[in-house]
Design a protein around this ligand. Structure first.
Ligand code: FMN
Length: 239
């Protein structure tokens, strides 16, 4: 039991280039896919396909794709940022602003093509592109909410498996938007009716990853007892 909790607590995002010369062992990749295969999905619809990209030329083409960060991203990202470790520790939600260029942390900043082009997919020996068919929604699920939650379950299963094998993992959601999506679709021959919610980069960092400060709310911050607003107090036992 504690082993599972330990793996869950240690799972983390690694947002740096991975060594493209160090492949993922086939049996490890199979285990990661097996973990995705057994993910719970609404109505057991298993509403996903995964494109495994390990061809260097294809990876190279994807890594070269450039896009401009959107104004919406800049604005909404800013709302989630803390500007010091102390602030983040106090807030217990969000991420550290040090991950982003200084200009993106200026309220009202308007991105510009010359300064704010990014390559959203950094190097990795394997890229897994998740696609799904929004026409096959879970029964009575507005906006296919349940189908999309299901994709999150697939993501988490695969992420936990990868990290427990010592393989770093990075979710890239920019892959499903704007010009990046268009180019990926064309490079990988993805039919128009399929959506691309995210991709996962798998690999081993080229240099040791800096230790990110990772914070979470306490259990009492998000629990209610029997009715909303009543604090849940049975939290004495040490986990
Ligand atoms: C649905 C979803 C989309 C995400 N998209 C991105 C992304 O595009 N780029 C990124 O660097 N991290 C992405 N993340 C990772 C989160 O930022 C990360 O899980 C969160 O900050 C907590 O950090 P941790 O994973 O190290 O615990 C995504 C996570 C989820 C669940």
């Amino acid at each position: 039991m504690h082993e599972i909790l330990d793996i869950i607590r240690k799972r983390q995002s690694t947002r740096i280039p991975f060594n493209s010369e160090r492949p993922i062992r086939e049996e490890d990749l199979k285990q990661i896919l097996e973990a995705g295969r057994w993910a719970p999905t609404a109505h057991n619809m298993q509403n996903f396909q995964i494109i495994i990209v390990d061809d260097k030329k294809v990876l190279d083409a994807i890594e070269k794709i450039e896009t401009m960060v959107s104004e919406t991203f800049i604005q909404e990202n800013l709302e989630q940022l803390s500007f010091s470790e102390e602030e983040l520790l106090k807030k217990k939600v969000g991420i550290l602003g040090t991950m982003f260029p200084p200009a993106w942390k200026t309220p009202g900043y308007k991105p510009h093509e010359d300064r704010d082009s990014i390559r959203p997919v950094q190097k990795s020996p394997v890229l897994l592109i998740v696609v799904y068919d929004p026409r096959r929604r879970a029964p009575d699920s507005e906006g296919d909410f349940l189908g999309i939650v299901s994709l999150g379950c697939v993501m988490e299963n695969m992420w936990l498996m990868a990290n427990s094998l010592g393989i770093s993992f990075h979710v890239v959601s920019a892959i499903g938007r704007g010009p990046v999506e268009k180019e990926i679709r064309s490079i990988l021959n993805i039919p128009d009716h399929l959506k691309i919610p995210f991709a996962f980069r798998l690999g081993y960092p080229v240099s040791p990853a800096a230790k990110n400060l990772r914070v979470r709310r306490d259990i009492e911050d998000f629990t209610h007892h029997n009715r909303f607003g009543n604090r849940y107090k049975n939290l004495e036992s040490d986990l």
